[in-house]
Design a protein around this ligand. Structure first.
Ligand SMILES: [Zn+2]
Length: 102
């Protein structure tokens, strides 16, 4: 991948990736953002529900195989068991709503 491709990947990652606690350097900033999002969502009648995001980027959305090595890189997920492969952020965004039913 040339420099242009790498740059594009960084842009995609920065715009698509769900916000994680580690994305914000100060806990107070995260808390402030959380309150702001809650306020805006509730003002529109949108319920705010929190889910545990632990291992959601390491778990295969097909059959639930969870392994640290499934996360090949910051951007890439590849299931060691079934070979399912996609952007790790997409995998997380599939897995997180499923936690609502757990
Ligand atoms: Zn799999």
């Amino acid at each position: 991948m040339g420099p242009k491709g790498a740059f594009g990947a960084r842009i995609a990652s920065a715009t698509v990736r769900p916000l994680a606690f580690t994305d914000i350097p100060h806990a107070w900033a995260f808390s402030q953002l959380q309150r702001f999002l809650e306020y805006k969502a509730l003002a529109k009648g949108i319920p705010v529900i929190y889910v545990d995001a632990h291992n959601t980027s390491r778990t295969c959305p097909r059959r639930g195989h969870c392994k640290e090595a499934n996360r090949v890189s910051q951007a890439l997920f590849r299931c060691l068991r079934c070979g399912f492969q996609h952007h790790a952020d997409l995998v997380t965004s599939i897995n997180q709503p499923r936690r609502l039913g757990e």
